[in-house]
Design a protein around this ligand. Structure first.
Ligand code: ADP
Ligand code: MG
Length: 222
């Protein structure tokens, strides 16, 4: 199993006098490792989310490749890509991703409902909701939850399928101390069970849970 970025670069169009593109990520090689949490930290705007999104299959690099077990994600059609991502990658994107018409429990089960033929793993979803301390909210709708509670819901959802790769973009943003610790412990446990975890965070507290810490600045590792 491997997820490798090879010389991935991302340019965004930008109106300006000197240049009409802005390079958010300069060519980077990057690998995740089973059993390890790799933390990427760095100031806002340094390219962390852009890199994570390229790795997760949702943002096509301007150049370079992202290889999942040797398959370049960005050569697949939408259907193949969705299936491969859902099977292998648990993504906690930045911001909110709740489907408002579904309950919290249904939101967490969504990856299984969308792509799996077996019955939705209700027990597993409840266990994860308990681990992020949301079990009492299972039957609420997302608009009843605070921002921090929705963050924790996103963590539970990303872990549902026991994916080989977990890509977490600021999973503890807006959480209090106690909830930061429960999310970090859960990510640590996930890595200890063999998943490869990428953790993008500003959280000081995260460092002691990580196996390796990389810092980005200006679209490069420093
Ligand atoms: N869709 C986009 N269009 C244009 N510029 C973008 C886009 N996404 C990100 N950027 C720019 O790329 C840089 C890196 O952004 P990002 O990867 O979100 O940083 P970080 O996650 O480290 O805060 C920022 O300057 C940001 O404004
Ligand atoms: Mg970001």
């Amino acid at each position: 199993m491997s997820l490798n970025a090879k010389s991935v670069q991302k340019d965004f169009p930008r109106a300006g006098k000197n240049s009409n593109v802005f390079t958010a990520v300069h060519p980077i090689d990057f690998n995740l490792q089973p059993g390890k949490i790799i933390e990427i930290t760095g100031r806002s705007g340094s390219g962390k989310s852009t890199l994570l999104n390229m790795l997760s299959g949702i943002l096509k690099p301007t150049s370079g490749q992202v290889l999942l077990d040797g398959t370049d994600l960005y050569t697949l059609d939408d259907n193949e890509l969705s299936r491969l991502r859902n099977k292998n990658i648990g993504l906690i994107p930045q911001g909110h991703t709740a489907l408002l018409g579904l309950s919290i429990l249904e939101n967490v089960m969504l990856p299984a409902i969308l792509y799996s033929s077996s019955p939705a793993p209700r027990d597993r979803a409840m266990e994860l909701l308990t681990q992020v301390r949301l079990e009492e909210m299972a039957n609420e709708k997302p608009n009843e939850l605070s921002g921090g509670e929705l963050r924790r819901m996103a963590v539970a959802r990303a872990l549902l399928m026991s994916s080989q790769y977990i890509l977490a973009d600021e999973p503890t943003a807006g959480l209090d101390e106690e909830n930061i610790l429960s999310v970090m412990n859960l990510l640590r446990k996930t890595a200890d069970n063999g998943s490869a975890v990428l953790l993008v965070t500003h959280e000081q507290e995260a460092a002691r849970f990580a196996d390796e810490i990389l810092t980005m600045d200006g679209g490069r590792f420093i």
